[in-house]
Design a protein around this ligand. Structure first.
Ligand code: GLY
Length: 360
């Protein structure tokens, strides 16, 4: 069954979720003559299938192969893409299609956002994380030597195609890491997601789970609602960063060798603890975090970097204001809010739970 979630805003667009969706891309590209398909070498076969479909529909297709992961999110790579678009005579009518995970979405989205001050982009995410997070909401970015995602723009796509067929060949660990964002959506907004996963945690770790389409659709719907109301992160969109403040600090400390979702899982344990000690989150919901994350095999502990160092890294998180730390916490299930400047003892207590050095 194919589902559609509409992202509202100035230029509404659909996220299509289902299987066998090759023919859904063309209708998202009205008026284009040329389409650049940006992808990594590792996805060459799938990208060739997408390109073939586009050629059959009459488009001139320009394949652009970019390096994998963060290595692709560089100014030099974006520059090579723009040179290629220029050489092929891309006009404002033409379009970019990204085929890949979050890094390709970020890079390709930025290439499209800046070319001629913005051309149409359609994302075809190939990871669970891409489907439920990176491809939806219009964040685009490249990295600089000063940090990750520091140059970019909000450039919403013209559409997103979540073809679950591509998840069948995704490594299990990557799928499970994507579940962290799905579980996050459950805690901040849609507890039905949690109930579905809890009904069979082992099955939840694969896209063959009977409820996989539903949890993906529900997670996309959570994101769509938030970014539809607050595209440029003036307030509400910050709730999507539940678990991310410590998660980002862990990723940075581990030089991005940790999967994003794994770091966010640990970050949610921290945030839940903070919600309990500095807010009003009840013990049962705190325990539920650990149970569901461990149930699908996500990490819930981290002891690799001293607290002082992680705290200093969090102080330069994009969500911080001056030297004040800000976190997303839950007052109760599906009731997120910003916690500004929590007491230091609450922070270190929450971290000691993460390291396993405190009573829970
Ligand atoms: N990944 C968080 C956001 O899109 O705002």
């Amino acid at each position: 069954m194919t589902a559609r979630v509409t992202v509202r805003g100035v230029a509404p667009y659909d996220v299509v979720i289902g299987r066998g969706l090759d023919d859904q891309i063309t209708p998202m590209l009205p008026a284009a003559d040329r389409v650049a398909v940006i992808h990594t070498d590792s996805l060459a076969a799938y990208a060739a299938r997408v390109a073939g479909q586009l050629r059959q529909s009459g488009f001139d297709v320009l394949p652009l192969v970019v390096p994998d992961a963060e290595a692709g999110k560089q100014l030099s790579v974006a520059g090579e893409c723009w040179e290629a678009l220029g050489a092929a005579g891309f006009t404002r009518n033409d379009a970019v299609v990204t085929v890949g995970g979050g890094a390709v979405t970020d890079l390709g989205g930025w290439v499209a956002a800046a070319w001629l001050r913005g051309v149409r982009v359609v994302h075809v995410p190939t990871t669970l994380l891409g489907m439920v997070d990176a491809a939806v909401g219009g964040k685009t970015a490249i990295n600089t030597s000063a940090g990750k995602n520091l140059v970019g723009a909000f450039h919403p796509p013209a559409g997103v195609i979540c073809d679950l067929d591509v998840l069948d060949t995704l490594p299990r660990a990557d799928y499970v890491a994507g579940l962290a964002e799905v579980i996050k959506a459950g805690f901040i907004a849609d507890p039905t997601i949690l109930q579905l996963i809890e009904s069979d945690p082992a099955a939840a770790t694969t896209p063959q789970a009977p409820f996989a389409p539903e949890i993906i659709q529900r997670s996309v719907a959570v994101k769509a609602k938030v970014v539809g109301e607050d595209l440029t992160e003036q307030g509400l969109r910050e709730i999507l960063n539940y678990g991310h403040t410590l998660g980002h600090a862990i990723e940075k400390s581990e030089q991005y060798r940790w999967r994003h979702g794994d770091a966010v899982a640990v970050g949610m344990i921290f945030a839940a603890e903070l919600g309990r000690s500095a807010g009003s989150l009840d013990d049962a919901t705190v325990a539920r975090h650990r149970a569901i994350l461990e149930g699908v095999g996500l990490p819930t502990a981290y002891d690799g970097t001293p607290w002082e160092q992680l705290r200093a890294t969090m102080a330069v998180d994009k969500k911080s204001r001056g030297t004040r730390l800000r976190f997303v916490v839950l007052d109760r299930l599906a009731a997120p809010r910003i916690l500004d400047s929590p007491p230091e003892h609450a922070l270190s207590q929450a971290f000691s739970v993460v390291t396993g050095k405190a009573a829970q």
